[in-house]
Design a protein around this ligand. Structure first.
Ligand code: SAM
Length: 217
C-alpha cells in the first residue's frame, strides 16, 4: 500500500471493500486493517458477483454504484479498496467511470500488482534488457491467446490460473518449454504463500498467478 493510499484510508469516513460472496472475509480489508485503524469508520461490504452471466455481474455493479452515490450524497468520503493494483483486472474501474460521469470527484491510487509482488518474492525479473512481457487472464481457459503470447513474448504472466494449471503444463510441453521455466506464485503476501515450481497434479487456490520465462539465465 502506498503512503497516499494510507493517508486517504485514514481520512475516509467509509471504507468499502469488495467480496465475491456476502459475509465472506474480505482479503483486501484484512490487509488494510494491518496498516489502518478502521474502528470508528463505517465499513461497507460490496458484492461483486463472479457469476458467469454478464448481466448478473452488471446488475451487481449498478447496485454498488447506487449505494456509493447515496453515501456520497450524504457528504461521506469513501475509500474503496481493492487487491493489488486497481488498474489490473479490478472491477472498481467500471464504478469509477460511472461515478465520475455523475459529477462526483474521485481519485485512483495505484497499488502493487500481485505479479510484481510475486516476482520480487521469487527474485525473478519480469523483464530485463529488451525483453517483453504479456499479462493475461485464464479465467475463461482461453488457451489460444496464451499460446500466441507464449510464441511472441519473452515472459508471460498468467493470472486467474488456478483452474488451468494442467492446461498450462501441457501447452508448455507441446512447445518444448521446460516446466522448470514456470514459477507458480500463489497467495503472495499471505501466511500460506507459495512460490515455486509448477506441479500439474497439485491444487492451487484462486490467488494463483503463473510466470513463464522463456529464457532462464
Ligand atoms: C481479479 S484479479 C485481481 C488482480 C489484482 N488487481 C492485482 O493487481 O494483482 C485476481 C487474480 O489476481 C492474482 N492475484 C491476486 N492476489 C494474488 C496473490 N496474493 N497472490 C497471487 N496472485 C494473486 C491471481 O491471478 C488472481 O486470480
Amino acid at each position: 500500500m502506498t503512503v497516499r493510499a494510507k493517508e486517504l484510508l485514514e481520512g475516509a469516513e467509509v471504507i468499502a471493500y469488495p467480496v465475491r460472496k456476502l459475509g465472506e472475509e474480505g482479503t483486501a480489508l484484512e490487509i488494510v486493517k494491518g496498516a489502518v485503524d478502521v474502528s470508528g469508520k463505517e465499513v461497507v461490504e460490496l458484492l461483486f458477483s463472479m457469476n458467469p452471466d454478464d448481466e448478473v455481474r452488471r446488475r451487481c455493479r449498478a447496485e454498488n454504484i447506487e449505494r456509493m452515490c447515496a453515501m456520497l450524497d450524504e457528504g461521506k468520503d469513501i475509500a474503496m479498496i481493492t487487491l493489488g493494483d486497481v488498474a489490473v483486472y479490478s472491477t472498481y474501474m467500471y464504478l469509477d467511470r460511472e461515478i465520475r460521469n455523475r459529477g462526483y470527484e474521485t481519485e485512483v491510487v495505484p497499488g502493487i500488482p500481485s505479479f510484481c509482488h510475486g516476482a520480487a518474492r521469487a527474485r525473478l525479473p519480469l523483464m530485463i534488457g529488451e525483453e517483453s512481457l504479456a499479462v493475461l487472464s485464464m479465467a475463461k481457459h482461453n488457451l489460444d491467446k496464451v499460446e500466441r503470447a507464449v510464441d511472441c513474448m519473452d515472459n508471460i504472466v498468467i493470472m486467474k490460473a488456478f483452474a488451468s494449471i494442467r492446461e498450462i503444463a501441457v501447452m508448455m510441453e507441446r512447445r518444448g518449454i521446460p516446466l522448470s521455466n514456470a514459477t507458480v506464485m500463489s497467495n503472495i503476501g499471505m501466511e500460506d504463500e507459495y512460490v515455486g515450481p509448477l506441479d500439474a497434479d497439485r491444487e492451487y487456490g484462486y490467488f494463483t498467478t503463473v510466470l513463464i520465462k522463456k529464457k532462464v539465465e
